[in-house]
Design a protein around this ligand. Structure first.
Ligand code: LLP
Length: 448
């Protein structure tokens, strides 16, 4: 059955978002004003149905468009906690981690280590040993140093890890365009062609390492299919080269993540289905042109799995109107719970939880002692007063995972909502948490 034309990553609100008969915004049939009453403010709300819908869209698109084997890795850096990892695993995705902390979380969530892929450009000795001992399914080796470290550790432990090699394909994806760069300036991946050749030579001398294939990831919040197609082309050229030069078949190709989502009206990323279709076609055409068999196709989305599912509910506090300049309305969170605005100039959409007609132009400010702590500049909203609630959409990806305690603001709770039911999946931090790891030295009165 074809997917609907508008996919989750092309809309601004979760699939279950609607205005209820009381006139308030609901997610998962839970009234956001009620949620804040129960769980406090600010509050991250996560829609289970939206996550499921995104996972299913990827799996269905691959079934429909790619005749070979395939796998969807959830890039857990986008949002990593027990419930989210577990939910996505149960939807049939496997998991990508980039640190010992993410690996620990994923294993605690009950996800088998064999279904985990370990990424990252500077995995430490301890992280690699931990991952090897746990039996992690794949190591995406980023550089020659890591290859040596991994093989030494594998020999010590007596384990045969599965290895993919990450290459720097010379493709840079921006939100609305991409470029092929002649010279490659990136901290990620093996430089082509010499470091890849060297890695293959080293692997051939280390029989414990099981070479599976190649990996590339060219960016995030991508709004075109072209960078993905270009990545496939580069990777397939390398597959042909490895077969020709070393007689080495490439069983798996990982084309990375990065598909964008709509944050504002007018944002127009390709749908999950369209992106997978373009990648699949490039794989089918490219392998046949080069006389290669179809490798396993791996994609590793993060944002497009959890981004649209998440929203942050805030409570309005103070207001400052500067005549003929601007009206600031401050909320009870900001850059600590959503660092994307100040970090990337990211833009978001917002609604008053008690839905209403737009009446005034305001700028939503956070509560941090920093002028840059602005959530949304110049936005039309219904008239706001202290105590009103606002919902900022699309905060599921890279907000909680990049959140801080700046100004010692405790990180908000996160609730998972589905069919009228809500449950805390991450407790709100407390003031006591803020000092729990502080220590007074003894000369200032601390206990030894
Ligand atoms: N695979 C690799 C190797 C990656 O580095 C990333 C993201 C992904 C997959 C998932 O990409 P996604 O589908 O989520 O775009 N903090 C930034 C985004 C950084 C992305 C880093 N890598 C933001 O908030 O926009």
């Amino acid at each position: 059955m074809p997917l609907s034309k508008t996919a989750l990553n092309q809309v601004i609100r979760p699939v279950t978002a609607r205005v209820n008969p009381l006139g308030n915004w609901d997610i998962g049939s839970c009234d956001l004003a009620e949620l804040v009453k129960t769980y406090g403010s600010p509050l991250y709300v996560l829609d289970e149905a939206s996550i499921q819908s995104a996972c299913r869209a990827y799996l269905q698109a691959l079934r429909e468009h790619y005749p070979g084997p395939s796998e969807v890795l959830y890039a857990s850096k986008a949002l990593c906690n027990l419930a989210v990892n577990r939910l996505i695993h149960e939807e049939g995705l496997t998991t990508e981690v980039v640190s010992g902390g993410e690996l620990f979380t994923v294993l605690k969530a009950g996800i088998p280590a064999e279904s985990v892929t370990f990424q990252g450009n500077n995995k430490s000795f301890e992280e690699l040993r931990y991952a090897l001992k746990e039996g992690v399914g794949r190591f995406v080796v980023d550089n020659l140093d890591e290859l040596d470290l991994l093989s030494t550790l594998a020999e010590e432990i007596g384990i045969s890890p599965n290895v993919m090699l990450r290459v720097a394909p010379g493709i840079e994806a921006h939100t609305h365009a991409f470029i092929r760069t002649g010279e490659i300036d990136s901290k990620f991946g093996l430089d082509l062609p010499s470091q890849l050749d060297e890695a293959i030579r080293r692997i051939s001398r280390r029989p414990l390492l099981r070479f599976l294939g190649l990996h590339a990831h060219v960016g995030s919040q991508i709004f075109d299919v072209e960078p993905f197609v270009a990545t496939v082309e580069v990777l397939l050229d390398l597959c042909a080269k490895l077969e020709r030069d070393y007689g080495l078949p490439v069983a798996e190709l990982d084309v990375g993540g990065g598909l964008g989502i709509a944050y504002e009206a007018g944002d127009d990323p390709p749908s999950i289905d369209a992106a997978i279709e373009a990648i699949s076609l490039a794989m089918i055409r490219g392998t046949s042109q080069r006389g290669l068999s179809l490798p396993k196709l791996i994609v590793e989305p993060g944002r497009s799995i959890v981004g649209t599912a998440g929203a942050t509910v805030y409570t309005v506090g103070s207001r400052k109107a500067i005549p003929e300049v601007r009206t600031y309305v401050a909320v009870d969170g900001g850059m600590p719970d959503n660092p994307r605005v100040v970090t990337y100039g990211a833009r978001y959409s917002v609604d008053r939880v008690a839905a209403g007609d737009n009446e005034e132009l305001v700028t939503l400010a956070g509560k941090c002692c920093e002028s840059g702590d602005i959530l949304i500049k110049d936005i039309q909203l219904p008239k706001l007063k202290a105590g009103d609630h606002l919902v900022v959409w699309d905060t599921g990806a890279y907000c909680f995972s990049m959140a801080s305690n700046y100004n010692r603001l405790p990180r908000p709770a996160m609730v998972l909502v589905a069919e009228g039911h809500s449950e805390v999946i991450r407790e709100r931090e407390t003031f006591a948490d803020m000092v729990s790891r502080d220590r007074l030295p003894s000369r200032l009165g601390g206990q030894r």
